[in-house]
Design a protein around this ligand. Structure first.
Ligand code: 9MG
Length: 268
């Protein structure tokens, strides 16, 4: 695993009803594609495209609806030269997305769905195995752990072994502690504090804290559009902790913060 001076930045393209829609059922792929281009211009190294919200309380969508949302967007961004990630829990969606041009399957469910392991092995794409306790609809109701760090770490390493057993190449595996996915503020902080340990297992770490609820919990219930400071603080911490990629909404600001931190570190 080669170490870059700063982590890669993954820009988020959510193709969900609260973004790029006319307020109804019609998704505007052209606007989502334009947003992807704007994130690339802002310095994104990767784009993560998702058609099913995984926010706390989000309801599942059908495979057909998810495909209708994301495939035109992936096809529209496939020629940019910037690699694309598909954020989905569904093997059928991952398969179609990879055929349309995605090269990373970002699975918040860590390939636990039926056929997910076999599909990932067959596709030969990169995979991100993320930890989540429960499912998005209910995960924040009452998350409980004995030792959150040990449990998340053991889960991720067990999913690595399941993936490798199924034929996924070790070189294709990324890990992610899943900040905000079935975790209280205390759980999130404990995991962020041990990022260097989680990054030390030989697999690159993907880290996502952008605009998440824990920032509001520490700063007067700040609404999502006022969480940039907290998002940048978490991104810089992840970079110092040797995360390989940071998943963010605010690409330009994150790239700038990471550049400055790397420049200061190189002057030491
Ligand atoms: C889809 N999604 C939302 N938050 C995420 C996070 O923190 N990590 C990954 N891998 N995916 C996420």
């Amino acid at each position: 695993m080669t170490q870059r001076p700063r982590p890669l930045v993954m820009g988020i393209v959510n193709v969900t009803p609260d973004s790029f829609s006319d307020g109804g059922q019609h998704f505007d792929a052209a606007r989502a594609i334009a947003h992807g281009h704007a994130l690339i211009d802002a310095g994104a190294d990767w784009l993560d495209i998702g058609g099913e919200s995984t926010r706390p309380g989000a309801q599942p969508v059908s495979e057909a609806d998810e495909l209708t949302r994301i495939i035109p967007v992936i096809e529209g961004l496939a020629g940019t030269g910037i690699p694309l990630s598909i954020d989905t829990m569904k093997p059928g969606v991952a398969r179609a997305a990879v055929q349309a041009g995605a090269s990373l399957w970002n699975d918040v469910n860590a390939l636990q769905a039926d056929d997910a392991l076999e599909t990932a092995a067959e596709l030969g794409c990169k995979v991100c195995l993320m930890h989540m306790q429960g499912a998005p609809q209910t995960m924040q109701a009452d998350p409980v752990y004995g030792d959150v760090v040990a449990e998340v770490e053991a889960f991720l390493l067990a999913r690595v072994e399941a993936a490798v057993q199924a034929g996924v190449s070790r070189e294709n595996i990324w890990l992610d502690p899943g900040i905000g996915f079935g975790k209280t503020l205390t759980h999130n902080l404990a995991l962020m504090a041990v990022l260097p340990r989680l990054a030390g297992h030989g697999f690159p770490l993907l880290f996502g804290a952008s605009r998440k609820r824990f920032i509001a919990a520490l700063d007067g219930d700040a609404p999502a559009d006022q969480r940039l400071g907290g998002s940048l603080a978490a991104a810089l911490h992840a970079a110092r902790s040797k995360a390989g990629m940071i998943r963010v909404h605010d690409v330009r600001e994150t790239v700038q913060a990471l550049k400055i931190q790397a420049a200061i570190a190189s002057a030491l």
